[in-house]
Each structure stands twice: as structure tokens, then as C-alpha cells.
Design a protein around this ligand. Structure first.
Ligand code: FAD
Length: 253
């Protein structure tokens, strides 16, 4: 990996949500441009070697700094080291951004409803999209569905409310729908594909998945992405290709 492709950035903030989830904010160089929903490639020096991983940007494209939301994989080459990150540390940032999980991939005119379905840290690109006024202008209904295992893993809940109040001011069609898969007392606690197949998610939101009116974005765990994709296809929705179709996905591993 050529080091010239990277700039060196400073860590400005670290927030730990749980032992295995944290967020960090770093300086943003002027040359680093991205569209809401895209990812950066972040590098860390481990024993003299640059280890690089993809990270969806949480921040809005208009922010002066870059925020990210990370898992800790105990044996992971990257995150077992990244978990010790402190303010003032240096990280490498590849100079260009990547990814197609953006609203630009959909052809105009857009339908009414946007469904953003995330597991775990797959929430990140959707936070960026929700901090872009364009997202709010484009859709009548925006449903952010966030699936985690335990309530303690529901990071960013207050921020989501703040973002909706700030960016979605005057927009009455936003719903935040948490799913807690290991809490049988949670209002929604089954896996996303099951909640789609049995109609419980639509019931909770009060809207239906419809090829004519829905765009659906999926991000996170590849098993969830695959199974949810299949459940949506059963409902007549199609993969988005060359602008047409409902479903867009990003797998994290
Ligand atoms: C396009 C893209 C965007 C990504 N954005 C993010 C992001 O915003 N935040 C983030 O934490 N990760 C993100 N990832 C995953 C990230 O690149 C690394 O896989 C993660 O940081 C773990 O790195 P590692 O070297 O410690 O473990 P790896 O060797 O990369 O992964 C080991 C195993 O850990 C598990 N795993 C990896 N990532 C996750 C995760 N996010 N949540 C739960 N289990 C996981 C999988 O089972 C994987 O096989 C993204 C991946 C892609 C492809």
C-alpha cells in the first residue's frame, strides 16, 4: 500500500458506548470530499505496517471534521489496536472516498418513502445522510430502522433525535424504529427479515413496502443484508441497478 495515497490526521474526540463500540472524530483535510453514505479508508500503523480498513463516514459532508462509529473485534487486526485510540493520536486517511450507498444512485423522480435499515455500526452511513438537508427534501417518509442485540448497543439514540429536530425540522414523516434482538420484551425483537416477512415492521411504522413507493437501503451484517434482500424481493421489490429498482446494499464484511 503506497503511503502517498494517505494524509495523516489527528484524533480530536473518542466516545466509548460499550466495551465493543466506540466513535471517534478526526481532523478533515480540505481535499477529502465525500457524499453522504460513502466510506473512507482509514489506516493505522501496527508494528511498522499500515493496516487499512473501510469506514462509513458518520459526519455530514458539510462538517469540518470526520466522525466514525466502530466495532471492536477482539482478534481483529485493525480494531484490536484501534480500540486503544486516544485524543491526539494520528491516523492515516486515504485521500479519496468510496462507495455507492448514496441517494445519487436513484433515478428521479424519487418515490415517497425511504427506508434505512441498519444492523450495528451499519447505522453510520445513514447518520450522514440524515445530516444532509437534501435527504429530507427528497422523501415524504423516512424510516430509520436500527437493529442491535442488546439495548446497551443502541448508540446514537439521542443524536438521532437531535438530527431529526435540526435537519428534519418541519418534516413530519420521520420514524426511528429500534429492534433489540436479545430482548424478548422489546417492541420489535426478531431479525429484520422475519419482521418484514411477517409484516410486523410495516405494522410498527404504518407504511408498506411497495415497489412503486419505496426505496430501501441496507447496511451492516452480510447475513442480515442477504436475508433482508430476499424478504424484500418476495414483496416485489427489486435491486437497484443503473438507477432503477428499490434496494441498495452495503456489506461490512
Ligand atoms: C464499505 C465498508 C464500510 C465499513 N464501515 C464500517 C464502519 O463504519 N464501522 C465499522 O465498525 N466497521 C465498518 N466496516 C468494517 C471494517 O472495515 C472492519 O472490518 C472492522 O473495522 C474490523 O476490522 P478488523 O481488522 O478488526 O477485523 P476484520 O478482520 O476486518 O474482521 C473480522 C470479523 O469481524 C467481524 N466484523 C467486521 N466488521 C464488523 C462490524 N462493523 N460489526 C460487527 N462485526 C464486524 C466479521 O465477522 C469479520 O469477519 C466497513 C466495511 C466495509 C466493506
Amino acid at each position: 500500500m503506497s503511503i502517498e495515497k494517505f494524509s495523516v490526521e489527528k484524533v480530536l474526540l473518542v466516545h466509548r458506548w460499550t466495551n465493543t463500540l466506540f466513535s471517534f472524530t478526526m481532523t478533515r483535510p480540505a481535499h477529502f470530499k465525500f457524499t453522504a453514505g460513502q466510506f473512507a479508508r482509514i489506516g493505522l500503523m501496527v508494528d511498522g505496517e499500515l493496516v487499512v480498513r473501510a469506514y462509513s463516514v458518520v459526519s455530514s459532508p458539510f462538517d469540518e471534521t470526520l466522525e466514525f462509529f466502530s466495532i471492536v473485534v477482539p482478534e481483529g487486526a485493525f480494531t484490536s489496536n484501534l480500540q486503544h485510540l486516544k485524543v491526539g493520536d494520528e491516523l492515516y486517511l486515504e485521500k479519496i472516498s468510496y462507495g455507492y450507498l448514496t441517494l445519487a444512485r436513484y433515478q428521479q423522480p424519487l418515490p415517497k418513502d425511504l427506508w434505512l435499515l441498519a444492523t450495528g455500526t451499519g447505522l453510520a452511513p445513514f447518520l450522514s445522510m440524515l445530516q444532509d438537508f437534501e435527504t429530507w427534501n427528497k422523501y415524504q417518509h423516512i424510516n430509520l430502522v436500527y437493529s442491535v442485540r442488546t439495548a446497551s448497543e443502541l448508540a446514537y439514540v439521542e443524536r438521532i433525535q437531535e438530527i431529526a429536530a435540526t435537519f428534519g425540522e418541519g418534516h413530519s414523516g420521520f420514524q426511528f424504529v429500534p429492534i433489540i434482538t436479545r430482548d424478548p420484551n422489546a417492541k420489535l425483537h426478531d431479525r429484520l427479515p422475519i419482521l418484514i416477512a411477517n409484516g410486523e415492521l410495516e405494522k410498527a411504522v404504518g407504511l408498506t413496502f411497495d415497489p412503486a413507493t419505496s426505496h430501501v437501503m441496507l447496511c451492516g451484517n452480510p447475513q442480515m443484508v442477504d436475508d433482508t434482500k430476499e424478504a424484500l424481493k418476495q414483496r416485489g421489490l427489486t435491486m437497484n441497478r443503473r438507477g432503477e429498482g428499490n434496494i441498495a446494499v452495503e456489506n461490512y464484511w
